[in-house]
Design a protein around this ligand. Structure first.
Ligand SMILES: *Cc1c(COP(=O)(O)O)cnc(C)c1O
Length: 373
């Protein structure tokens, strides 16, 4: 990018706080069991971009519906990107987020891939700080609950011509208090190896956090459910053999156990989404004494490793569900268990450490925690 080469004016947000906030008692009962992405806070942040004006009209305003012309470009051609991060209420009372500048940088990379304008990192983080500060009462205080933040941007140009990207965009930030993603507490999930549908191919948009990737993935996830599994595992688009991701999460494999345990995660080949949780574990695991490599693992190696006992644990990771153990694998040619099918000790240790940093129960040696209030 981008079209606005002259020095950009500073991005500012006007404050229009809500005069009809959800009453305290109603909010408290919503926070008792918020589910995931069903309850939203009092406010949202919006910011426009146009080829003529660049970024403009930044606002914090009451959460509410937006009106779009039926010819709005995103509704036809899917030019949309998003991010996902959380605000945590730590035990000492402060409210923090986790590595928001990493999300800001990924948002810019997604924008470049989708031929959209790049939002400066400072404005991305400023929007988050503003929304969390105004909706601080929505940051849950219960263990493992948090405020999920969803920044996103889409093409708003009213035109059906397909020759070029849109010339106007809307950035929005909304927030939703959340409990765990997978209901019913932490348990190992079962996964379906999808051999026909693929999520992403090299050169495609798999590296970008684009809504269209999810639109294209629902049929595979539906197949997983049809086969009695919780989640789909995506394989490479060429050979349908190399393991890439689980649903919207990255995967880690544990070989060996006790002091000999070591980790492997599929390398970022161009079709995987570069998760910030994945990146954090690449640093955190060695801190805890588990060596990590980025590599490749085929379905056959996964099965043989579990059958010989070499692969002891498998888990998925991402912001929403943190770390989710994988207990059983099913595919066209049979099923197998990972370990004894229950959450393993390395998985649980990493989960506890990561949550410990986020919730302020552990030191933060890498400066990942970003204080808001
Ligand atoms: C968002 C996402 C992840 C996880 O990324 P985090 O930054 O760790 O939340 C993994 N895979 C896909 C496809 C995703 O969309």
């Amino acid at each position: 990018m981008n079209a606005n080469a002259s020095p950009a004016p500073a991005i500012t947000f006007e404050l229009h706080p809500s005069e009809q906030r959800v009453p305290d008692g109603v909010r408290a009962s919503l926070l008792e069991s918020p589910g995931f992405g069903q309850v939203f806070t009092d406010h949202m942040v919006s910011l426009k971009w146009s080829a003529e004006r660049g970024w403009h009209d930044g606002k914090l305003e009451p959460y509410g519906p937006i009106v779009l012309d039926p010819a709005t470009a995103v509704l036809h051609y899917g030019q949309e990107i998003f991010e996902g991060l959380k605000a945590y209420r730590q035990e000492a009372g402060q409210i923090v987020t986790f590595r928001p500048f990493a999300n800001a940088a990924r948002f810019r990379r997604s924008a470049v891939r989708m031929a959209m304008p790049e939002l400066p990192d400072e404005a991305f983080v400023q929007a988050i700080e503003l929304l969390v500060a105004h909706d601080k009462d929505w940051v849950p205080a219960s263990p493992e609950q948090s405020l999920y933040l969803r920044p996103f941007m889409f093409a708003t140009t009213r035109a059906l011509g397909v020759g070029r990207p849109a010339s106007s965009y809307l950035f929005l930030l909304i927030a939703s208090p959340v409990g765990g993603v997978f209901s019913g507490g932490l348990r190992a999930v079962s996964v379906w190896l999808e051999r026909e549908y693929t999520r992403a191919a090299r050169g495609g948009t798999g590296e970008a956090k684009a809504g269209g990737n999810y639109g294209a993935a629902f049929a595979g996830q539906q197949r997983a459910v049809d086969h009695g599994c919780d989640q789909v595992v995506w394989l490479d688009a060429t050979e349908h053999r190399w393991v890439e991701e689980m649903g919207g999460m990255n995967l880690f494999f544990v070989r060996g156990s006790g002091p000999a345990a070591r980790l492997m995660t599929p390398a970022l080949t161009g079709s995987l989404l570069p998760g910030i949780t994945r990146d954090s574990l690449l640093t955190l695991a060695p801190d805890l004494g588990y060596p990590v490599t980025e590599g490749a693992i085929s379905v056959e190696e996964w099965r043989a490793g579990c059958e010989s006992g070499e692969i002891t644990e498998v888990f998925a990771c991402g912001t929403a569900a943190v770390i989710t153990p994988v207990g059983e694998v099913r595919g066209d040619d049979g099923a197998w268990a990972v370990g004894d099918g229950t959450p393993g000790p390395v998985t649980m240790r990493l989960r506890e450490e990561l949550l410990g940093i986020q919730f302020g129960r552990r030191p933060d040696p890498h400066g990942w925690v970003h204080k808001i209030l």
